[in-house]
Ligand binder design. Structure first.
Ligand code: C5P
Length: 399
């Protein structure tokens, strides 16, 4: 991920997860971002500022009155492209919601006139307390961004929601919010991802080289931009992000067909990024096939899910397919666009499977555009294209 020359003000408040912000600041610095650090008095109880000053090569700001700058809250607020409060305690979010300004962080939040990204981490009861939830709601209504906590074993000994998210997920969120807003609120999206797996016997299977990276990049970008997302996924090399509550596992083409058709109705966009198997063993063996003699695999065609969706598409729905090809990319993709009644098709050469970078030819009835770069940036651009097509189709009622 590249965040070259973007100005991030990392604000660390006083929770046990404060030490995890050290990894975050290191990853941000390595990504090319310019980072300044602000710590609350609570954070100073947990970790020393030198952790941040050594990594950012800059001093850490913690006092409203004894900083080298006479007005640190104004200058830090003006300087930052994005303020990230990680970890964000219940106290800090309460102050932000109420407009209290009694220390450097709260004064800087008040002086900052852009959305702030909060990464709450705390005890599950503190997080679920109606006071905290209502403060979060107020902050969201004002356009601030809350990356919800992960669920699991907490430092306090409880198990529940309140964990500091994996640093990777915070980096995706930062990268997204630097360039995009939550512009997909109210849009329902069904997305498929991953490589389907067809059983030959209980041990052996047929699958393909899709890693799920492009699908996961789309899932993250759709969720963070506010879409109401349902992910149907087959096998992927990486876990489903913890915040995707509607993630349905469907390994084989038949399972994916059932899961997609059950969820297709009422979706505004259907994006079929999964590498669905085109063939499956006619009669998978129930017992492991013994070696000792040659066997012939009898393969039958699977149901073409995308073609079914194309036939049943409503006038309010848009349908986007993917096409991976070894030759005649554009000609083959254009033929699929028409045959399967799609609004758009994203075509790529097979070489990008498993890679971090991709090159997609996005084809619609109105033309052809190339999207290139790391898969997350391409996902964002692809969503921009889908959104502008959708806004036109719906007469701008979603713009
Ligand atoms: O025709 P082809 O299989 O190459 O088209 C690829 C597109 O069709 C992808 O979007 C894939 O998710 C979808 N597909 C499908 N059902 C299949 C095979 C592919 O929906 N059985």
């Amino acid at each position: 991920m590249k965040l070259s020359a973007r100005k991030i003000l990392l604000c660390v408040s006083g929770g046990i997860a404060a030490y995890k912000a050290i990894d975050l600041v290191s990853r941000l610095t390595k990504s090319g971002a310019e980072v300044k650090t602000l710590m609350t008095d609570g954070a100073l109880e947990f970790i020393k500022p030198v952790n941040f000053s050594a990594i950012t090569r800059g001093s850490v700001h913690s006092s409203l009155f004894s900083d080298a700058d006479p007005i640190p809250h104004i200058n830090l607020a003006d300087w930052a492209d994005l303020m990230v409060v990680a970890p964000a305690t219940a106290n800090v979010m309460a102050k932000a919601a109420q407009g209290i300004s009694d220390d450097l962080l709260s004064a800087t939040m008040l002086a900052h006139n852009k959305p702030i990204l909060f990464v709450p981490a705390m005890n599950v009861h503190m997080f679920e307390n109606p006071a905290t939830q209502s403060n979060i709601k107020v902050l969201q209504e004002r356009g601030h961004l809350i990356l919800e906590p992960d669920t699991g074993m907490l430092a306090c000994g409880y198990t529940g929601k309140g964990k500091f998210p994996p640093v990777e997920e915070i980096l995706w969120a930062i990268s997204l919010y630097l360039s995009h807003k939550q512009d997909l609120k109210g849009i329902r999206v069904l997305l498929t991802a991953g490589a389907c797996v067809e059983n030959i016997d209980p041990m052996r299977c047929i699958t393909n080289r899709s890693s799920g990276k492009m699908g996961l990049a789309l899932a993250r970008a759709l969720y963070l931009r506010g879409a109401d997302l349902t992910l149907v996924h087959a096998q992927m090399d990486f876990p489903v992000p913890y915040y995707l509550r509607r993630a349905i596992k469907a390994e084989s083409a038949a399972e994916m067909n059932t899961a997609v058709l059950a969820n297709a109705k009422d979706q505004d966009w259907i994006v079929m990024c999964a590498a669905v198997s085109d063939f499956t063993p006619k009669a998978p063996a129930q017992e492991k096939i013994k070696k000792g003699s040659d066997i012939i695999l009898d393969l039958v065609q699977t149901t073409d899910i995308l073609a079914c969706l194309g036939r049943e598409k409503t006038s309010e729905q848009i349908l986007i397919g993917f096409a991976a090809e070894t030759s005649d990319l554009i000609t083959n993709a254009k033929a699929k666009l028409e045959k399967k009644n799609l609004d758009m098709i994203a075509a790529n050469h097979l070489g990008v499977a498993g890679k971090n970078e991709t090159s997609l030819n996005l084809i619609s009835a109105s033309g052809n555009k190339t999207l290139q770069g790391d898969k997350f940036s391409v996902a964002l651009e692809l969503i921009d294209e889908i959104k502008s097509y959708y806004d036109k189709e719906t007469d701008g009622s979603n713009a």
